[in-house]
Ligand binder design. Structure first.
Ligand SMILES: Cc1cc2nc3c(=O)[nH]c(=O)nc-3n(C[C@H](O)[C@H](O)[C@H](O)COP(=O)(O)O)c2cc1C
Ligand SMILES: C=C(O[C@@H]1CC(C(=O)O)=C[C@@H](OP(=O)(O)O)[C@H]1O)C(=O)O
Length: 374
């Protein structure tokens, strides 16, 4: 029953939504990585609930680094980040203690943990546990940036509303990733952003919720990263992305659209560009044989509509065994994807940092550690 992942670098999560604190322990980090707490704070802002399109639970979400950093740089020993819970309203959950919310983890956690789980606010299964992932992700994203690797995600689709696609051309894609940096509801097109915002607000007003698709891109990944068979780049990243509550699908490159294509439409012709091997198209999303080929990675993640909705729903009282109608109270996100996009970036960055360390060794990050500076 571990909440841990990683080969060379290990991430381990702890905490519950209504407990004292939540957090992450990272082991196997290179020493000497500069920690930019101000930038970590900016990343946390992207996940924080804001406005009508998010839960009304307001938390300061200030990451406290309690070990593993000395004089602003990683020591290389376990790094622990703590985030205090302050704004809980546990009474929202007491009336419905034995009435599981459809499509949340209430029933499955009850069975697995024999009723001993902290059921308040989804406990360890709450989307809240993604806050420490974002704090940790800020470290991995900065490690990648120092190596010229950029990761970014936009809200690509909600129902029939679709955002502009990521560009194939690398300089244009880089500019697009940059444009997403300071957005809360991150879209490439202003009109799509407005329409998606309105669609979520509409659902919120009706006590309902929305899902959608997040599209991510990574540029600057060197070719040759990834392990054969079980530790392909796809397997490792999908494992991480499926750990995010409400994620129900992940695809790479053209993904499920390959079903409609012939080989002649799906293959990426190989070319040479300024001495670098590149492909003319990128249907395969930068990965062949589970190994990066030097092209941008393209990943799509589908996030289901938030399970906690304010409409009456059928459930069962687990104490009496009687069918019942559930009417929830409390504060919930009418959509998750705008808050989850930074979680997706964070986990992709962690997965790639782990794979890069496996490929090149921990000293590959050495350039990050200018000896004698400071
Ligand atoms: C950032 C984030 C916020 C979330 N907010 C809510 C919420 O307010 N209410 C809710 O019912 N589920 C929320 N979820 C989703 C649940 O945590 C998730 O659906 C639940 O753990 C069950 O997992 P599953 O949907 O993967 O089966 C959120 C998830 C994330 C990642
Ligand atoms: C608090 C956050 O989101 C929570 C995620 C969540 C869930 O079930 O995932 C349920 C709600 O928790 P509570 O009922 O305790 O307020 C959300 O508010 C957060 O993400 O920081």
């Amino acid at each position: 029953m571990k909440s841990a992942i990683g080969q060379c670098i290990e991430l381990s999560l702890f905490g519950e939504s209504h407990g004292e604190a939540i957090g992450v322990v990272i082991q196997g980090l290179p020493s000497g990585i500069r920690i930019d707490e101000a930038w970590m704070g900016k990343q946390m802002e992207k996940r924080k609930p804001k406005g009508k399109i998010s839960t009304q639970r307001q938390e300061a979400d200030v990451p406290e680094i309690v070990s593993g950093v000395f004089e602003g740089r990683t020591t290389g020993t376990p790094l622990c980040i703590l985030i205090r819970n302050e704004n809980m309203r546990s009474k929202d959950y007491s009336k419905t203690r034995y009435i599981p919310r459809p499509s949340h983890a209430d029933y499955t956690a009850e069975i697995k943990y024999l009723g001993y789980q902290d059921y308040r606010g989804g406990g360890h299964f709450s989307g809240r546990i993604t806050a420490p992932l974002v704090a940790a992700g800020a470290i991995f994203l900065q490690m990648l940036k120092a190596k010229g690797i950029e990761v970014g995600t936009h809200v690509a689709q909600m129902q029939e509303l679709t955002d502009a696609p990521f560009a194939d051309e690398e300089a244009e894609l880089r500019a697009q990733l940059l444009s997403l940096e300071d957005q809360y509801l991150a879209c490439l097109s202003d009109s799509t952003r407005t329409a998606i915002q309105q669609r979520i607000e509409q659902a919120q007003a009706q006590g309902d919720s929305m899902g959608g698709i997040l599209e991510s891109a990574v540029i600057g990944m060197p070719a040759g990263v990834g392990e054969p068979f079980f530790d392909s780049v796809e397997s490792r990243l999908a494992h991480l992305l499926f750990s995010i509550g409400a994620v129900k699908g992940v695809e790479f490159g053209d993904g499920f659209d390959f079903a409609a294509k012939r080989g002649s439409e799906a293959n990426d012709g190989i070319t040479i560009n300024n001495g670098h091997i590149r492909t003319l198209t990128n249907h395969n999303g930068g990965i062949n044989g589970g190994i990066t080929n030097g092209m941008p990675l393209r990943i799509r993640t589908v996030v289901k509509p938030t399970p906690s909705i304010y409409k009456p729903q059928p459930s069962v009282n687990l104490k009496t065994g009687e069918p019942t109608t559930l009417q929830i109270e409390g504060r919930h996100d009418p959509a998750i994807l705008h808050r989850a996009r930074v979680v997706v970036d964070s986990l992709i960055a962690f997965g790639l940092a782990d794979l890069l360390t496996e490929r090149f060794g921990i000293l590959w990050w050495e350039g990050e550690r200018p000896c004698g500076e400071d």
